[in-house]
Design a protein around this ligand. Structure first.
Ligand code: BLA
Length: 510
C-alpha cells in the first residue's frame, strides 16, 4: 500500500512498526468505533471467523455476532478500559456453534480492537499451573545466571521452541546471550554479543509496553488491515496487538538464520527493558493465546524475582566491599610487607571488582599479575596517570583513545581503573581489563550455507556479532558505577594500608 515505509538497514530505528498495517495469518483483527461500527478489518476475517461476507467495514458488530457474544464482549471491553490492558477470553464459542476462539481486546486511541484466533477444541488446560513450579525452581538458583538458565530450560519445556535464550542488554544497548537451552546438535549462541541496532530503539520502547510477540511462520502471508487509514486519516496503532505482523527487516534476519518461528518476551526491571527471552524454532511454530498468557505471566514474575535478586546483589556488594576493607587491614596488622602480601591482596580485590590483570606501582617498584603492561610500558602510563588523576579513582574503558601509546599493549589491556594510594610520589594500584571483543569468540561453524535476503549478509547473527566487535574495538567491559563506588572505598582503605606498611617498613629499617 501507499503508506508502506521504505525500510533498509540505514533507517531501521525509524520504521514505524506499531502501525505496520497487518496481522499474521494465525489471527484476524477487527477495530470498531465507540458505536461498534467496524472501522478496520484484516483481510482474513471472513476466513478465520467463517463469515460469508468478506467486507465487514461499515457494518455494525450486531449484524454478524449474536446478542450473547455482544454482551460478553462488552463486559470484556469494560475490563480492558478499566485496566488499560489487553483483556482476554479463552476458548469462547463466538457463534454458538461449537467453534471456539481465543479473543484479545484492547483500546487503541478511538478504536476498540478485537483479535481472534481459532482455539483448540475444548481441552483441559494446565498451562497456568506450570508457572508456579517453574518459578519455584528459578528462585532456588543462587546466581543470576543460574536463574536465567533455569528459566530458559523451563520455558523451552513449556513452549516447545528449539532454542530459548536469555538476552540481556548492557548500558550501551548492546546485548549478550547470557543463558540458553537449545536442541542438541544446534550451534550454541551462548556468550555471543550483538550491537544495539539489532533491536532498534522503537522496538525496545514498544516491547516495554507490549511484553510478548510471536512470529508463527516467516513464510506465511500476512493479512493486510483495511482500510489503511480511518476517517480521521490515521492508521491503526497496533502497539498492544497480539497478532501484529513484524518488521520485514527482522523477518529477513530470521530467514537468513534459517529460523521460521520466533517469540520474544520482555524482561523488565524498574520499568526499563532489562532483556528478552528470545525463542527460535526451525519450523513453523504456533503456541496458542492461553499458553502465551502463561509465558507472559512467567516473564512478569521472573522480572520481579530478578529485580529482587539484583537488589540483593547490590547490597551484598556493599557487604563484600566492607569485608575487603577488614581483610586488608587484618593482613597488615601482622606486620607483613605490602609486596609480600600483594598476591593475596590482588585476590581479595578481585572478589569485589572483576579484572584481568592488576599491578602495583609503589616507591618506584612495579609488580603485575595477569594481563598487564610491562614495567617499561607502565612507566609511560604512570606519567599519564599523574596528569589524569588528582587524588581520586580514574577509570576508562578505552585507554588508547586518551593515551595513544596504549596501542602498543592492546593485546593485553584496553581499559583500566587506577587507584592512587599515596600522595608524593604517585603510587598506584591499577586494575586492567582486556579488550572485550577478544574475550568473546564465535564458536559456530563459519562456513554454514545461508540464502541471503535483499539486505545481504548484515542481517545474520555472525555479521551482527562482527558489527558488535567493530563497535567495541579497543574497548574493555565498562566500569560500572557500583565498581567506581567500591574502588573509591578501596582507595581509602589502601591509602591507610600503604601508609601503615611503609611506616612499619620504615621502623624496621631504623
Ligand atoms: C526485532 N531483533 C528483534 C527481536 C530480536 C532481535 C530478538 C525481537 C523480535 C522477535 O521476537 O523475534 C534480535 N534475535 C535478535 C538477535 C538474536 C536473535 C540479536 O535471536 C541473536 C541470536 N535487526 C537487525 C538489524 C536491524 C534490525 C541490523 O539485525 C535494522 C538495522 C531490525 N529487529 C529489527 C526490527 C525489529 C527487530 C525493526 C522489530 C521487529 C518488530 O517487532 O516488528
Amino acid at each position: 500500500p501507499d503508506t508502506q515505509y521504505q525500510v533498509d538497514l540505514t533507517n531501521c530505528d525509524r520504521e514505524p512498526i506499531h502501525i505496520i498495517g497487518a496481522v499474521q495469518s494465525f489471527g484476524c483483527l477487527i477495530a470498531v468505533s465507540s458505536d461498534w461500527i467496524v472501522q478496520h478489518a484484516s483481510d482474513n476475517v471472513a476466513d478465520i471467523l467463517g463469515l460469508p461476507d468478506s467486507d465487514l467495514v461499515g457494518l455494525s458488530l450486531n449484524e454478524f455476532l449474536s446478542q450473547q457474544a455482544l454482551h460478553d464482549l462488552r463486559g470484556k471491553v469494560q475490563v480492558a478500559d478499566r485496566t488499560e490492558a489487553v483483556a482476554r477470553m479463552f476458548g469462547y464459542d463466538l457463534f454458538d456453534d461449537g467453534r471456539l476462539f481465543d479473543v484479545a481486546l484492547h483500546r487503541s486511541n478511538r478504536s476498540m480492537v478485537f483479535e481472534f484466533e481459532p482455539a483448540p477444541a475444548s481441552r483441559p488446560r494446565e498451562d497456568l499451573s506450570f508457572v508456579q513450579p517453574m518459578m519455584r525452581r528459578v528462585a532456588q538458583r543462587e546466581t543470576l545466571e543460574g536463574m536465567c538458565q533455569e528459566a530458559t530450560r523451563s520455558l523451552r519445556a513449556l513452549t516447545g521452541f528449539d532454542r530459548v535464550m536469555c538476552y540481556r542488554f548492557a548500558a550501551d544497548g548492546c546485548g549478550e546471550v547470557i543463558a540458553e537451552t537449545v536442541t542438541p546438535g544446534r550451534e550454541p549462541f551462548l556468550g555471543l554479543r550483538y550491537p544495539a541496532s539489532d533491536i532498534p530503539q522503537q522496538a525496545r520502547e514498544l516491547y516495554i509496553r507490549n511484553p510478548l510477540r510471536l512470529v508463527v511462520d516467516i513464510d506465511a502471508p500476512r493479512a493486510e488491515i483495511r482500510p489503511t487509514l480511518n476517517p480521521h486519516g490515521e492508521p491503526l496503532d497496533l502497539s498492544q496487538s497480539v497478532t501484529r505482523a513484524l518488521s520485514p527487516i527482522h523477518l529477513e534476519y530470521l530467514r537468513n538464520m534459517g529460523v521460521r518461528a520466533s517469540m520474544s518476551v520482555s524482561i523488565l526491571r524498574k520499568g526499563k527493558l532489562w532483556g528478552l527471552f528470545a525463542c527460535h524454532h526451525y519450523d513453523g511454530h504456533y503456541i496458542d493465546f492461553e499458553l502465551r498468557t502463561a509465558v507472559e505471566l512467567f516473564a512478569q514474575i521472573f522480572s520481579y524475582e530478578l529485580s529482587q535478586s539484583e537488589t540483593e546483589l547490590e547490597l551484598s556488594e556493599i557487604t563484600r566491599a566492607r569485608g575487603l576493607h577488614d581483610r586488608l587491614m587484618a593482613r597488615i596488622s601482622d606486620g607483613a610487607s605490602f609486596a609480600d602480601e600483594f598476591g593475596a591482596i590482588a585476590e581479595d580485590i578481585s572478589s569485589v571488582i572483576a579484572h584481568d590483570g592488576i599491578a602495583i606501582y609503589s616507591e618506584g617498584r612495579y609488580e603485575a599479575h595477569g594481563s598487564a603492561p610491562t614495567e617499561e610500558e607502565f612507566l609511560g602510563l604512570a606519567r599519564f596517570l599523574n596528569t589524569a588523576t588528582p587524588s581520586s579513582v580514574f577509570a576508562t574503558d578505552a585507554l588508547s583513545e586518551i593515551y595513544p601509546a596504549a596501542a602498543g599493549f592492546t593485546d593485553r589491556v584496553a581499559g583500566l581503573l587506577a587507584l592512587p594510594v599515596s600522595r608524593q610520589p604517585r603510587d598506584y594500584i591499577v586494575l586492567f581489563r582486556r579488550e572485550v571483543a577478544r574475550s568473546v569468540r564465535w564458536a559456530g561453524n563459519p562456513d554454514k550455507a545461508v540464502t541471503l535476503g535483499p539486505n545481504g549478509a548484515r542481517l545474520t547473527p555472525r555479521k551482527s556479532f562482527e558489527a558488535w566487535q567493530q563497535i567495541v574495538k579497543g574497548k574493555s567491559a565498562p566500569w560500572l558505577s557500583s565498581e567506581w563506588r567500591a574502588a573509591d572505598a578501596l582507595r581509602i582503605t589502601l591509602l591507610e594500608v600503604v601508609l601503615k606498611m611503609s611506616d612499619e617498613a620504615g621502623r624496621e629499617r631504623q
